[in-house]
Design a protein around this ligand. Structure first.
Ligand code: PBE
Length: 266
């Protein structure tokens, strides 16, 4: 380090993720609302965290579309930028949704999905293992082994089934890779044959609404996925919250000492 704060004057763009993510729509709104002279780079969650790691290694300016829960806050010294206009909303919850009819067709799976609820420490443990190179299925299986008491609450009273199929849709965001693999592991433990399908955000919602996929544990509300939710809420079943205290926003390394608010990016 040269001991000087890194400012944002050389920044040309915000490092984004996949185009269908709610945080990308929110960031387009932020660019308009705050009058920022910055582009928004569309990439992926993995490309975003790689760019973040590279920038930090070189102590360069970077602004990313960030969210909690996420392993990056444990790996790096980061901060959310203040959002005085409230573009990114407040505290979010993550909801579990199923297609209509799943409760009748697969009541045991529906019960597990309905019971699924965990905390930031839980999700972080799985995310960190995956980030450090463990296969997502293995990280999920380890977490399930180590958290048998909590998992037994999700399967309490649920009968074993005999290899029936259940499909789970998700988007390859680090948080949802973790949650979806854990739910897969638990559904397998009660006897289901679980198929995971990674897809774009919009397809995840339509697949549940059209009954092509059975369930997803990746609905961020009230703000992040509001547009998707409004489009499909009458064709899907909301099993409620599986995670509380989620958040989205713009995130920078703490060495960008003079950049504390989105307004400082003008
Ligand atoms: N995320 C992670 C998603 C929801 C989960 C914040 C990147 C989004 O913006 O849609």
């Amino acid at each position: 380090s040269n001991g000087e704060s890194v400012d944002a004057s050389d920044l040309r763009e915000i490092t984004g993720i996949d185009g269908g993510a709610g945080i990308m729509a929110a960031t387009e709104t932020a660019i308009d609302t705050y009058g920022l002279d910055l582009g928004l780079q569309v990439s992926s969650g993995a490309a975003m965290t790689e760019a973040l790691g590279n920038a930090i290694a070189n102590e360069e300016a970077i602004v990313v579309t960030g969210w909690t829960p996420h392993w990056k806050f444990g790996a790096y010294d980061l901060k959310y930028l203040d959002d005085p206009e409230g573009v990114y909303g407040g505290e979010e919850s993550i909801h579990t949704f199923t297609r209509e009819g799943l409760a009748e067709d697969a009541p045991e799976a529906n019960a597990v999905l309905d019971n699924f609820y965990w905390t930031e420490d839980d999700m972080n443990a799985v995310m960190v293992d995956i980030q450090e190179g463990m296969d997502p299925e293995e990280a999920a299986a380890n977490w399930v082994d180590e958290n048998a008491d909590l998992v037994s609450e999700w399967t309490d009273g649920v009968d074993q089934v005999n290899g029936e199929s259940v499909s789970l849709a998700y988007v390859s965001w680090d948080s949802e890779i973790a949650s979806t693999n854990v739910v897969k592991t638990v559904l397998e433990s009660v006897g289901y044959d679980v198929e995971l399908s990674s897809m774009e955000s919009a397809f995840m919602w339509t697949a549940i609404a059209e009954g092509e996929q059975d369930a997803m544990v990746a609905g961020w509300l009230p703000a992040t996925h509001e547009a998707y939710y409004e489009d499909y809420k009458d064709q899907i079943v909301d099993l409620g919250v599986n995670f509380e205290g989620a958040k989205i926003g713009l995130v920078v390394p703490t060495y960008m000492e003079d950049v504390n608010s989105i307004e400082d990016l003008k």
